[in-house]
Every structure is written in structure tokens, then in C-alpha cells.
Design a protein around this ligand. Structure first.
Ligand SMILES: Cc1ncc(COP(=O)(O)O)c(C=O)c1O
Length: 429
């Protein structure tokens, strides 16, 4: 009996661009499906410190305090009013942000912060447009841009990885002359413990960026992603966000934050905030089309956790734990001897990620021998080339210390080192 193949689906241009599965989906599946494989790839948090008791207690209080059971009802598109207010109040607890004067109506709650990143790209960009990103950048964001038919273009950076403001202004001038500026629609950067580099932006760079944009009279929507801001190890990163810097007051800037990484990834509650109410309102309209509101129950839990002060207590508990894990990975990599092979990295001061670079001629990409050897040794990572819009150097890796416990991180580093030695000797021969 012959089985006829169904005709291809008559999908849109977006549908056509989705021919490849997102790398994040592949990596997450690989972790779940391969027993014994130690993942330094997944950007998950640590199950051991997830706030089970706090969530239980919050639900119990919700039951006791809300006889109407509204928390199991649909919520609203913008998010729970109490959570929007508590989020604005939380942001104002950071040093230098006390005078934030953010109205709760300027906060939008989303399904993680990821949803608002996507909706912002939809709001400002059409296929063929350009989004400026720092190199390296958050690879899921880069894939999202690709899916929407957008080009990610790297900001010029100095040898220390800071934005090169002079070169940026020159690039803007060139694009203004050539007309290419009409395609430049958004700029995205991570102010604290960026993914993957764990780099933080000094305040002067944010101020400088605003000054360049103002001088060039270029109205460019800018997103400051602060997904890891709460996860500092020793002290909070001192720079104020775009929300509080006077230079940004009249420029369209959006702060993207989340309660996933610092509290519970599984609840998937995130938010954006901006003094540009029009931006927030337009996102809410797209959200109205998408889901007309994120999960009300999860929002109610986060609201309760913020109200009770449990959020702060949870952060105090997890910061030392992630710091120990970072130290374990760092020590493990040193003991594995990869520095002698030419690898180098800086210890992050917060976040969940360590960015390590091999000598220029190494190939750490998904298709390369090093990745295969790592899988054979039972460990894997996010290849660094996925984290660049263009250029794509192939000699770096993103290692996450979020998921594994300390002993496992040592073992993962040992396996990584074993693969590195095999690779080094295979290249030499
Ligand atoms: C830099 C960055 N921004 C945003 C997100 C999205 O996080 P969520 O949607 O869980 O809030 C992530 C998740 O890994 C991230 O690393």
C-alpha cells in the first residue's frame, strides 16, 4: 500500500522562517533525554533552592485571605494591579532608584520577560529591519529576531567588551548618510550579568549611549534587560537602570525584569516597565491579542511573596548558594587544567553563567569536534557562536552553573577538561 505524503502546509513567511527548531529547544531536550549527561548548557535555576515552602505558604495565605477565590479566575491583560504596584516598589528599593516615580500603570506583567522581548520586536520591526545588540548577546533573543526576519547587528565594543561610543556615533552618522538608518529599529542590551558574558554595564556607558542618541536626534527604542539583576554575589551592581538616569528620561527605554531566575522559573512571571507609557500600552494591546493576560494564579503567588517580604528573604538564601556553585565550576575548570591549553575566563560577579574563551583556532560550535568530544565525555554547553549576530567567533562557550550541584559541577568541569585535552591533541596531530 502506498502512503502518500501530505502536501506541505501553506504557511506564512514567518512559518517558512521557522524551518529549523530553536536551539534552546534542542538543548533542553538533550538534557532531559540523555541520562548521565551533565548539562552546563541549560539556563535553568537550581531545583534544590526553589522556594517550595514559600509558595505553599503564599497559597495558604491566598486561600485564607481571599474567600472570593479570585486568584483562580482570569486576570487582566496588563497583570494584577497589586503585582504591578509591588514590582514598581521593588525596583525602587535599588540604590539610586528610590526616586523612580514609576506609576504601576507603566508596568506590564508578562509570561516571563521573554514574551515582552518578542512583543517589542513585533511592535517596532518589520522583516528586513536591524536590531542592535551587544556582542555576545542572549542567543534566544537572537533566534527570536531571526524568526521574525530581522537582522541582529553588533554594537562596536572596546577590547574590554564595553560599548565603543565613538565608533557607535560614527556608525550612526554613516547609516544616517546612507539611509540605512531607516532599517535600524531597536537596541537591546543587558545591564547586569549579561547572558552569556556576565558583563555589567557601567552607568557612564548607559549615559553615553543616551547622549549619542540625543546628539544624533535618533529616536531608537532601547531595551535594558535585567533578568539577572537580583542574583549578585557580593554586592548589587551599582549602576542605575535606564529608568532612573535623567539622560534617558525623554528617550524610549524599556526595563525588562523577571521573577523567574530570582524566584521560580516554573511560575514564569516576568515584567517590563517604562516611563514611555505608549510603549507599555502598545505591548498590552499585542498581549491582548496573544493571551489577554498571564496566569493569574502565578501572579497572585508572586504578589504575595513580594508583599510578605519572602522575596528578599529568598534572595538572601540563594545568592550564597549560586556563588558557591560558581566557585565550584571555576575551581573545577582550573583543576581540569584548561588554562594550560590556552583557555581563559573571568569569574562572574553574579548571574548563572560563566563565559570561557579558548584560543582563536578552536571550534566549539555544535557541528565541531569539540562539542562531539564533550558529548562523548558526558558534558555539554552552549556554543559561543550562537551568541553573536554576525562575526560569530567559534572559540567560546557559555557554561551555566545554575542547575548542577557542586560535586556535579566539579565532575562536569573534569569531563570538559578531558574533552579539551583530547581536542587539543587531535588538532596537534
Ligand atoms: C538575558 C535574559 N533575558 C530574558 C530571559 C527570559 O527569562 P524569563 O522569560 O524566564 O523571564 C532570559 C532567560 O534565560 C535571559 O537569560
Amino acid at each position: 500500500m502506498s502512503v502518500s505524503t501530505p502536501p506541505p502546509l501553506p504557511v506564512s513567511r514567518l512559518g517558512h522562517r521557522l524551518s529549523a527548531e530553536p536551539v534552546i529547544t534542542q538543548l533542553m531536550r538533550q538534557a532531559l533525554q540523555t541520562p548521565g549527561l551533565l548539562s552546563l548548557a541549560a539556563g535553568f535555576t537550581d531545583n534544590a533552592v526553589l522556594p517550595v515552602e514559600m509558595v505553599e505558604a503564599a497559597v495558604a495565605r491566598l486561600r485564607a485571605d481571599s474567600p472570593s477565590r479570585e486568584f483562580l479566575q482570569y486576570g487582566s491583560t496588563h497583570g494584577r494591579p497589586g503585582l504591578r504596584a509591588a514590582t514598581a516598589a521593588w525596583l525602587a528599593t535599588y540604590a539610586g532608584e528610590e526616586a523612580l516615580a514609576l506609576d504601576p500603570s507603566q508596568v506590564l506583567i508578562g509570561n516571563g520577560s521573554q514574551q515582552s522581548l518578542y512583543m517589542s520586536a513585533q511592535l517596532f520591526c518589520d522583516p528586513g529591519d536591524i536590531v542592535l545588540v551587544e556582542p555576545p548577546s542572549y542567543f534566544v533573543f537572537l533566534e527570536l529576531l531571526k524568526g521574525l526576519g530581522l537582522e541582529a547587528r553588533s554594537l562596536p565594543v572596546t577590547s574590554e567588551g564595553r560599548i565603543d561610543l565613538l565608533a557607535f556615533e560614527t556608525a550612526l552618522q554613516t547609516w544616517q548618510k546612507s539611509g540605512e538608518i531607516r532599517r535600524v529599529k531597536m537596541l537591546y542590551f543587558m545591564g547586569t550579568y549579561g547572558n552569556p558574558s556576565s558583563r555589567c554595564w557601567p552607568e557612564e556607558d548607559k549615559v553615553g549611549l543616551a547622549e549619542v542618541l540625543s546628539r544624533r536626534e535618533f529616536v531608537l527604542p532601547v531595551i535594558e534587560d535585567m533578568a539577572y539583576r537580583e542574583l549578585w554575589f557580593e554586592r548589587p551592581w551599582p549602576a542605575r537602570s535606564v529608568l532612573s538616569l535623567p539622560e534617558w528620561r525623554n528617550l524610549p527605554a524599556l526595563y525588562a525584569g523577571t521573577f523567574t531566575k530570582p524566584f521560580s522559573t516554573g511560575l514564569k512571571v516576568g515584567y517590563v516597565a517604562s516611563h514611555c507609557s505608549e510603549w507599555v500600552e502598545k505591548l498590552a494591546r499585542i498581549k491582548g491579542h496573544q493571551d489577554f493576560g498571564s496566569t493569574n494564579f502565578n501572579q497572585a503567588i508572586v504578589e504575595e511573596v513580594l508583599r510578605s517580604g519572602d522575596f528578599g528573604r529568598h534572595l538572601e538564601r540563594i545568592r550564597p548558594s549560586y556563588r558557591r556553585k560558581m566557585e565550584a565550576l571555576d575551581a573545577g575548570l582550573r583543576e581540569a587544567g584548561i588554562e594550560e591549553l590556552g583557555w581563559h575566563w573571568q569569574k562572574p560577579e553574579g548571574g548563572l553563567l560563566l563565559w570561557a574563551e579558548a584560543p582563536d583556532d578552536w571550534d566549539t560550535s555544535l557541528e565541531g569536534d569539540f562539542y562531539r568530544m564533550c558529548l562523548e565525555e558526558g558534558v555539554y554547553y552552549v556554543p559561543g557562536d550562537l551568541c553573536f549576530g554576525e562575526g560569530k567567533p567559534r572559540n567560546a562557550v557559555r557554561l551555566s552553573f545554575g542547575v548542577l550541584e557542586e560535586a556535579q559541577l566539579h565532575e562536569a568541569a573534569r569531563r570538559f577538561g578531558a574533552a579539551a585535552r583530547r581536542y587539543a591533541s587531535s588538532v596537534r596531530t
